[in-house]
Design a protein around this ligand. Structure first.
Ligand SMILES: [Zn+2]
Length: 98
């Protein structure tokens, strides 16, 4: 989870705010609707994507696996899933939006 594993995770509300502040178009790239919904009934679930090194080996050992977290917004009109790096949004937040 980035450079500081003890930092506070970005939630969906903060992610939406950061994306809007950076001028990211809110429309779904597939159907053009603006009907994004977060993952989980309480907007509290992340996608954990396994990490691999340059040789393709998964970064794991000792019963642990390294994952990259993503916020998953799903279009309520067509089902397209938009993944946003939690780590990158946390960096933007922690660096004051740069
Ligand atoms: Zn859509």
């Amino acid at each position: 989870m980035g450079t500081n594993p003890k930092r506070e995770l970005i939630d969906y509300e903060a992610a939406s705010r950061i994306l809007a502040e950076r001028g990211i178009p809110p429309e779904c790239p597939i159907c053009g609707a603006n009907a994004w919904g977060p993952m989980g009934p309480l907007s509290n679930l992340y996608l954990a994507l396994p990490l691999a090194d340059l040789s393709g080996q998964l970064v794991e050992g000792g019963g642990l696996r390294a994952n990259s977290l993503a916020l998953a917004f799903t279009c309520g009109n067509c089902g397209f899933m938009r993944l946003v790096s939690e780590d990158m949004l946390a960096r933007i937040r922690d660096e004051g939006g740069q």
